[in-house]
Design a protein around this ligand. Structure first.
Ligand SMILES: Cc1cc2nc3c(=O)[nH]c(=O)nc-3n(C[C@H](O)[C@H](O)[C@H](O)COP(=O)(O)OP(=O)(O)OC[C@H]3O[C@@H](n4cnc5c(N)ncnc54)[C@H](O)[C@@H]3O)c2cc1C
Length: 317
């Protein structure tokens, strides 16, 4: 089984990518075959990736636009040349654009957001959450023609081997202007100090915050606490925060030490992303809010009173 792992890191190898490398290395070891990695061209990245048992590293050409269309084109070149059976990647927004597009183009199976796998003799059982996290769906596939996206925090083992030099090749695209549309603007991602998946403290914010402008105080609190901000789908749908901050079934799955939520009703689709948090504290002004059923500590209060008090306290201490 030959695997192609696409990593979207630019400067250094994130913990998230290390987990993906560990998973794919395990698959390769179990099912024997070759593991290829496609990354951005950066010698530091290459050096880090060389800690895993990889056949070859493909550098995705630097000059291109690098939207899902370009990345898919580049991956397709590698797939066609190297008899790839499985293409794997994370499940961030960009990867969730690339994976289904690539699968459709190749006419392969698309297996989204897996949280587990069982490599059997002739087939793989893939697991993913359904109905929030209330059910786990199991689906089967063969060992070929698969594009799979992998949820975060699902694999613990370290599959690193002794550092070795690995061959690399630059993959270039030949433009022929067949884009059906042109992207004129694209929202630039603000760099989060800690990604949501790796953050130790996450402040979750729901529609109760009321407006985009009110996020000023959330940002101030996050700064003081060294926390990363995550939001509900309602907040993203209102255009108050970017999609990449969404937590839940269709967003990120997080695993912080502390999840501190404000103005969140507690829909299961949101809680699906939160339930691995060690401590969950929720603030909601409705004593009957669903969220109070799923937290360690519930505070019935107006978030507009609690947050300024917290900020004041943290500044003083
Ligand atoms: C297929 C599907 C997938 C979905 N995926 C996701 C997902 O991945 N992530 C996600 O988050 N949602 C997801 N949703 C949406 C989800 O069902 C809920 O609609 C959403 O999470 C609700 O967001 P909310 O809690 O911010 O808003 P609301 O439900 O409107 O809740 C706002 C809360 O704020 C409280 N509040 C109001 N004012 C204050 C105040 N001043 N102080 C304190 N509390 C206050 C209210 O009492 C209320 O409980 C999905 C839905 C579907 C159907």
């Amino acid at each position: 089984m030959n695997i192609l792992l696409y990593l979207k890191d630019k400067d250094f190898l994130s913990t998230r990518s290390q987990e993906l490398l560990n998973i794919c290395s395990f698959w390769r070891k179990k099912k024997l075959g070759k593991l290829y990695v496609a990354i951005y061209q950066n010698s530091m990245l290459k050096k880090e990736v060389e800690n895993w048992d990889i056949e070859k590293i493909f550098f995705l050409e630097d000059k291109i636009n690098k939207d899902f269309f370009d990345i898919s084109e580049l991956l397709e070149i590698i797939i066609n040349k190297n008899q790839i059976d499985i293409v794997a990647m994370g499940n961030n927004i960009s990867e969730r654009e690339i994976a289904p597009y690539l699968a459709a183009k190749l006419d392969w199976n698309y297996i989204p957001n897996i949280i587990g796998f069982d490599l059997q003799e002739k087939e793989i059982i893939w697991k993913r959450f359904l109905y929030g996290t209330r059910a786990i769906e199991e689906s089967k596939s063969s060992y070929s023609s698969i594009v799979v996206t992998i949820s975060a925090n699902i694999y613990k083992k370290d599959e690193r081997v002794k550092n070795k030099k690995i061959d690399s090749e630059i993959i270039k695209i030949v433009y022929n202007n067949i884009l059906p549309y042109v992207i004129k603007t694209r929202e630039n991602k603000k760099i989060q100090k800690n990604s949501l998946e790796q953050a130790k403290t996450v402040i979750g914010v729901g529609k109760g915050i009321g407006s985009k402008e009110n996020f000023k105080m959330i940002e101030e609190l996050a700064d003081l606490m060294g926390a990363t901000i995550g939001v509900t789908r309602a907040v993203v749908d209102h255009g108050w925060r970017p999609e990449y901050e969404k937590i839940g079934q269709t967003g990120k799955i997080i695993k912080p030490e502390l999840y501190l939520g404000f103005g969140i009703s507690g829909a299961m689709q949101h809680l699906a992303g939160v339930q691995q948090a060690r401590h969950i504290i929720m603030v909601n002004n409705n004593p009957n809010a669903e969220v109070f059923r799923s937290c360690d500590l519930g505070i019935v209060a107006d978030l507009f009173e609690v947050i300024p008090l917290l900020i004041k306290f943290l500044k003083k201490n």
